[in-house]
Design a protein around this ligand. Structure first.
Ligand code: SF4
Length: 661
């Protein structure tokens, strides 16, 4: 008989939904929303529903595989684990533990996924990745300005008079916030969307402002300049709660509003309108994660933060520079899991440049790569170099549920469980502040195992089994230690499935910032704000801009969580090249034409879609698409780093396009 069980979405997504999962005969039948979840209220997206297909797919990896003479062969777990452990032992003795690279990302969340770090630390410390392909530049920027990256609780938007959605397609990636926007609008809030693309969120806006890709920071600078010209700045906040504002005034003297308008391609009247809207408090700003994926990405977020601060919208109900909500993740004792003090050696590569580093680094060279929760061959920029790097090492181990583009290159592929086949707790540091519990609901197919089981087995073979000798209950209790002291226990979480975390609903209300000065810092110890533009732009590289005149965005796909679902869609996916109307007109391109998009790093081919009302000279190709479906689009993107070193430059990408006959 079928029963409905509560669970939670493990995907790396803003919304961290609660699930109702129908289970029958040890099989997941259906994934729905949990109507009792306080934020997600029974609604989930197609990507969440697809977890049923992911779990039941006949393409699941169900036995360990070893590549022999170019072909995968099924082997036993004992053979796989013995051989991997032996290789790690030999490398530790003969070359050093940092000859092993742990390449990871956040494909599947769950707090116990952090035990991979414990494993590598207890082994002796490996080469790890730092930075983030996704949100890194913006997180670092907010740390410089505020001391941390915190957002207002979701319902606070109802207090806003004006709402600015800056580069976030809420309708696609943050669907429960979309409901809040509709509610706020009904109550009279004005909604402005700033985005190069006329997306589903722009459709419900009172005003959609398109901006030249990568120039969002300059636009914010122009709005600050207008606020100052109109005398609308919040002097009380500037004088009492900030430092470095004179540097901003000095900087803005160096540019005219006309120049800002010309470069951003935003009419002057719109810049003045934005100045008035920001000053008409409370105005809430919600940033997306794409607008900072440029070389100037840190400056972009810092200028938007500065605009929110100058207009007096920091630390007030209905305001905020909402980018991420790290206070959610900070609620847990992750350090109890990872044991960072156990590592004796440590080396770091930038996540963006991991491929170049693998190919170039000596002393010690990378001999072995272990990939968890990621598909770097598809998702890391400049894919052809990534493919070369991951093919170059002596041993590549991939832990995954499916034969991804990265797994295909591996020497060993270890089959992993899905969310419904293991117990864990789930949260997201992007939006709301509720933690969800997901019990084990069904058995894993074949011999698929949880990552934790794999680490435990390898730890035993490598001589530190006692560091993994804990039950799931004990592991979960370790992460909830501080929360338990505040009365929020694992028992309560198991019983209620969703609990509110004790975080600040309106950050910076007391104006005590986590910066060195304790104030909002327009100028940080790391440096001043700069009027910066993208690396691949006519201002910084005119020759390149002549050859490749179009800006390429690679936004999050609608039906897949990054690269995870393309192979499971009912209709075989096609790579779609979405172009602004002016490009189609100039190049005489029609819907569904086959086109080639290229630059010096590589090319992709796909079918044309014409984007209406989007910014001129703009192309979008959704990220994540696998090689067999025409991808990856990261053949085109660069492995550069943002100005603050911690973010990618995935959108800082000029390309050209032609019709293929
Ligand atoms: S992907 Fe996001 S919106 Fe969709 S079900 Fe999961 S958490 Fe919810």
């Amino acid at each position: 008989m079928a029963s409905i069980m509560k669970s939670a979405c493990p995907l790396n997504c803003w919304d961290s939904c609660g699930f109702h999962v129908t289970v029958e005969d040890d099989r997941v039948i259906k994934v729905d929303g949990d109507p009792s979840h306080p934020i997600t209220k029974g609604k989930i997206c197609g990507r969440g529903r697809m977890l049923e297909v992911r779990t039941n797919s006949s393409e699941r990896l169900t036995t360990p595989l070893k590549k022999v003479n170019g072909e995968f062969q099924q082997i036993s777990w004992n053979q796989a684990l013995d051989e991997i452990a032996l290789k790690m032992k030999q490398l530790k003795e003969q070359v050093g533990t940092t000859s092993v690279l742990h390449s990871h990302d956040y494909a599947n969340n769950g707090i116990l996924k952090n035990l991979d770090q414990r494993f590598f630390n207890c082994y002796g410390g490996v080469t790890e990745l730092y930075g983030s392909l996704c949100w890194g530049a913006g997180i670092e920027a907010q740390k410089w300005d505020f001391g941390d990256a915190y957002s207002h609780e979701p319902q606070d938007v109802i207090n806003s008079k004006n709402i600015i959605i800056w580069g976030r397609n809420v309708a696609r990636t943050n669907m429960h916030f979309y409901e809040n926007l509709l509610e706020a609008k009904k109550k009279g809030a004005k909604l402005i969307v700033i985005d190069p693309l006329f997306n589903a969120t722009a459709k419900i806006a009172d005003e959609h402002i398109t901006v030249k890709p990568g120039l969002d920071g300059l636009l914010a600078a122009g709005v600050i300049k207008e606020i100052l010209r109109l005398g609308l700045e919040d002097l009380e906040f500037i004088n009492n709660s900030s430092t470095g504002f004179t540097d901003v005034m000095e900087l803005l003297e160096g540019i005219t509003i006309e120049k800002v308008s010309e470069m951003t391609e935003v009419p002057m009247g719109k810049i003045t309108m934005l100045a008035q809207v920001f000053a008409d408090k409370p105005t809430a700003t919600f940033m997306g994660l794409g607008l900072q994926r440029y070389q100037n990405g840190g400056n972009t977020i810092r200028f938007i933060d500065a605009l929110v601060a100058v207009s007096g919208n920091v630390g007030i109900a209905g305001g905020g520079a909402n980018y991420a909500n790290l206070q959610v993740g900070q609620s847990f004792d992750i350090g109890n899991l990872t044991l960072n003090d156990r590592r004796e050696n440590h080396r770091q590569f930038s996540i963006m440049k991991q491929a170049e580093e693998i190919l170039a680094t000596i002393d010690p060279e990378i001999k072995m790569i272990i990939v968890t929760c990621g598909n770097p061959v598809t998702q890391v920029p400049d894919s052809s170099v990534v493919q070369q790097a991951f093919s170059s090492v002596e041993t590549l181990v991939v832990i995954d549920q499916f034969m991804t583009d990265t797994a295909r290159l591996a020497d060993y592929v270890l089959p992993a469980t899905t969310v419904f086949e293991e117990e864990d707790i789930y949260y997201s540091s992007m939006y709301h502040h509720y933690v969800n519990y997901g019990p084990k609901l069904v058995s894993a197919p074949g011999e698929a195992k949880p990552d934790l089981w794999i680490w435990t087995q390898l730890a035993e073979r490598l001589g530190f089994g006692e560091d993994f000798n804990f039950s799931r209950e004990e592991w979960l209790n370790m992460t909830l230690k501080s929360l338990s002291e505040k009365g929020l226990t694992l028992e309560m979480l198991k019983e209620q499935h969703t609990l509110e975390l004790p975080v600040k609903p309106i950050p910076w209300l007391d104006r005590q910032f986590k910066t060195p000065s304790g104030k909002f810092e327009f100028t940080s110890e790391h440096g001043r704000l700069e009027l910066a533009v993208p690396q691949e732009s006519k201002w910084r590289n005119p020759e390149l801009a002549k050859k490749y005149p179009y800006s390429l965005l690679t936004i999050h796909p609608m039906r897949s969580n990054h690269s995870q679902n393309y192979h499971l869609l009912k209709k075989e996916p096609k790579l779609r090249v979405e172009v602004s109307e002016d490009i189609a007109k100039k190049m005489q391109l029609q819907e569904d034409d086959v086109v080639r998009v290229w630059n010096e790093r590589g090319d992709v081919r796909g079918y044309l879609t014409i984007l209406s009302k989007s910014h001129p000279n703009t192309i979008n190709i959704d990220e994540g698409i696998w090689k067999k479906f025409g991808g990856p689009v990261n053949n085109l993107t660069s492995s550069g780093e943002s100005d603050n070193g911690l973010g990618s430059t995935l959108y800082d990408c000029l390309v050209n396009i032609e019709k293929v006959n």
